[in-house]
Design a protein. Sequence first.
Length: 519
Amino acid sequence: MRIVGNGKVLALALLLAAALPRSAAPAPEEPLTLDQAIRLALQKNEGLLIERESLAAARSAVTAAKGAYDPLLTLDGGWRKSTEPTNSSFSGAPTGRLAPETEATEANAALQQLLPTGGLVSLRARGSRETTDQTFTPLSPAFGSQVGVELRQPLLRDRSIDAARLSVRRASAGREGATASLRRVTTETVAAVEQTYWRLVAARLGIQVREESVRLAQQQLGDTQTRIETGSAPRTELAQPRAELERRRGELLEARESLARADNTLKLLILDGADDARWSQPLAPVVDTALEVIPADVASALARALADRPELGIARAQLQSRRAETAFARNEVWPSLDAVAAYDRFGLDGSSNPDSPTAPPGLEGDLGGSFGSLKDNDFNAVRVAIQLGLPIGNRAARGNAAIARHVERQAEADLARVRKAIRAEVLDAAVALETAGQRIEAARSSREAAEIQLSAERDRYATGISTNFLVLTRQNDLSRARLDEISARTDYRTARTEMARATGSLLSDRGIPIDGKNR
């Protein structure tokens, strides 16, 4: 059937345009800046929530380890009554009985404090009341009192490190590692958000290119139809622009699917739960089209990365913990040698024992009087001692020390491995950044040339010296050039993000503090 008339050309164009997919009721777009996306991710990302809880637990572990240096107060009291037979003529038992009867009540208090040197200082006090019918006991009831202090200081084992100091050093290393781990996950989260954000921007720009490509194909189809109507071209010329239109329509459908996937990927990073209403709203990135290409300073980037990368902090914290364990294991190989110094004062007061023929003068009183007599220092005891514990063989301690040293060397090797990996990452990021920056100018020049070539080819087609094939080819060249320019700009933005991540400067560059909250 021969198609004639401009009205049919318009009808054909409308029919082809209507064939493109359209949403019946498109959801309103949600404008979103990059800073807003980063802030939402830092608030909602589950990985960051886990790391913050890990850091809080590590801080609490340090507090718990330092609790070994909290003073320990012990109180105890008791009552006893006994009649123990004594096979002796001097048992002091009343006449006709084999044993005296004794009843006593006593209370003790002690305050212990572990010292940072590994020593232990103890303050102690004791009070008692004792009654007896033993004839050799001058006071009944008798009130006894005692106050004293004792210092025990290790000289070999436990002098430089002990179990308490090992726990503190382990907990401190764990806190440093948890802080570095939070920095690492935060950095990775921010980098992922930025890279996903720019991919979404690229996908939206790609849709515009594909839509323009479809529009150009429709225009070329209309121009061909006009030629057919005027008799300057056969009807077979419609096949090529129509096939090209359908091909570009398929590319547009694929681009829209890619846009939806990029949109969902960003939402996965920044939204909280499936009930958030923004899951059903397309995100509309708000970006500044200006882009400045800045050359990378590789030497400075390497120096900063080897100082600031959180992975190094994690490895150093692990090595710090292993070194503490090695020091403690070596400490256990030593024999124990403790210096002990103690001083006590004693007090005594009471009432004369009616069953005793003699009672010392000046001791009439009660428990208060007994403690009051301590100031007179009539009764005291001083003790200075050296205590040696020498394990024979000590193979368990020596074996544990060897194991700890091997584990420490593993941590040292891991730190060296991390340093090498970071150096390689920085060099790779620098090359990628430089290449992406150069590609932007090349892609821009290619796009401008493609625009000129398409314009010239269309002019030749209008004068009848070109063909559909050449015009459609130039259109495809322009679409590829535009997509290449979008890709180059996106790659440069993501390369800058990767460079900042590789050098460990991403958080400071974005003004993001690490305080365990990031809210």
